[in-house]
Design a protein around this ligand. Structure first.
Ligand SMILES: [Cu+2]
Length: 386
């Protein structure tokens, strides 16, 4: 899997810059260009989010790639901080994977990075920032830096009439205590850059707005379908912290792929559940005409925006919502029943002493010194800064 890359910051000059320009020319014009820059958009009328995104849109543009066909990628960073653009779910070398912890090169502040990569494997992947948010809940995965990346397989079964891409994200995070009741009717406010963190009141991250394709429920364009259509839904949970559930009244989801990878045994379910960064590909047969809410079964999340209208041609009216039966999400139903190969090695884990069940607020300063031995090595436990 050959790759080449180069980066250029504002400090690059003279011969170095000339070399880089020559190398950039050798790569040829970019097939994919991402520009990291500030962006503002409305999740609902009068409710403007200020964040950082790709190419002036949130989500960024759909990146369509062909399995095994190399592409040249060019990334411009118009922000004052080094950024990392991570190809989530791709089997690519560290040098282009965009992960700081693995020592991938970053995109310098006010600079650019250009490289070639070969997209594998096929399926629903995504591209997102791998910059650490640390104490800034406006940075990293809390920001709008994410986009679908779909790698077309070499041979496609083509079992659907159309595709719908649905990306989930939450906005205006704030810190709350676990005891604090969820505020489900936040007052409209306009966010300012980097003001996402009000006075900390706890360690729980909560959000004012939930969106699908960056619109709160009722404010985006509906998903318009026709009776008899087979729709392949690409779900992406681009949340920084939240798991989400989805239901569509009168319809079932035939899950065909998880995290972009075809499941051994596609199965039909009433409710989907996605953890952070997960993708689900599900086929929905549009055989129940009407207007429906495709969204979270949980009232507080729907009230904050987690839903989108699905509207059949020729139908109108208020979207119907039905609370689905609560069924535990079970990955195993999509798997095979077969004997698991013997592991190459087994590492026994043992820990001495039970972990504390005390809430963090009741742990004294001495807690930081308590170590739990695991496999003979001491590990710090309960050292939560409060
Ligand atoms: Cu990721």
């Amino acid at each position: 899997m050959a790759y080449r890359f180069l980066s250029g910051g504002s400090a690059a000059a003279g011969a170095i810059l000339a070399d880089r320009c020559a190398a950039a020319d050798a790569l040829g014009p970019p097939d994919i260009t991402l520009r990291i820059a500030r962006v503002a958009f409305e999740v609902a009328p009068g409710r403007t989010i200020h964040t950082t995104g790709y190419n002036g849109a949130v989500p960024g543009p759909l990146v369509r790639l062909r399995e095994g066909v190399p592409v040249t990628v060019e990334i411009f960073n118009d922000t004052p901080a080094t950024e990392f653009v991570h190809w989530h779910g791709f089997d690519v070398p560290i040098a282009v994977d965009g992960v700081d912890e693995e020592c991938s090169p970053g995109v310098p502040a006010h600079g650019s990075l250009r490289y070639q990569m070969t997209p594998v494997p096929s399926g629903s992947r995504y591209v997102h920032t791998h910059a650490m948010a640390m104490g800034d809940l406006g940075r990293g995965t809390f920001s709008g830096q994410f986009a679908f990346a779909f790698v077309e397989p070499k041979s496609s079964p083509g079992r659907y009439d159309r595709e719908v891409f649905l990306a989930i994200h939450e906005w205006e995070p704030y810190l709350a205590s676990m005891e604090q009741p969820e505020d489900i009717s936040p007052a409209p406010r306009v966010s300012r850059p980097n003001d996402a963190v009000p006075t900390p009141q706890g360690l729980e991250v909560r959000y004012r707005y939930f969106t699908i394709n960056s619109k709160c429920f009722g404010y985006g364009e509906p998903v318009r379908v026709r009776e008899g259509q087979t729709v392949l839904c690409h779900f992406l949970n681009a949340s920084a912290t939240e798991s989400v559930r989805f239901a569509l009244p009168g319809h079932r989801f035939e899950v065909v792929a998880l995290d972009g990878n075809p499941v051994p045994r596609p199965a039909s379910v009433e409710t989907l559940e996605l953890g952070t960064a997960e993708r689900i590909n599900a086929i929905v047969k549009m055989d129940h005409p009407g207007v429906f809410v495709l969204g979270s079964p949980e009232h507080d999340r729907r009230a904050k925006g987690m839903g989108i209208v699905v509207e059949y041609a020729g139908r109108s009216g208020s979207p119907v919502r039905v609370k689905p039966a609560r069924a535990a999400w079970d990955y195993a139903i999509f798997g095979e029943s077969r004997a698991v190969a013997k592991p190459a090695a087994a590492v026994p884990l043992s820990s001495a002493g039970a972990l504390s069940t005390q809430p963090a607020s009741k742990l004294g300063p001495s807690t930081a010194k308590v170590m739990t031995p695991i496999v003979g090595r001491p590990w710090r436990r309960g050292s939560v800064a409060v």
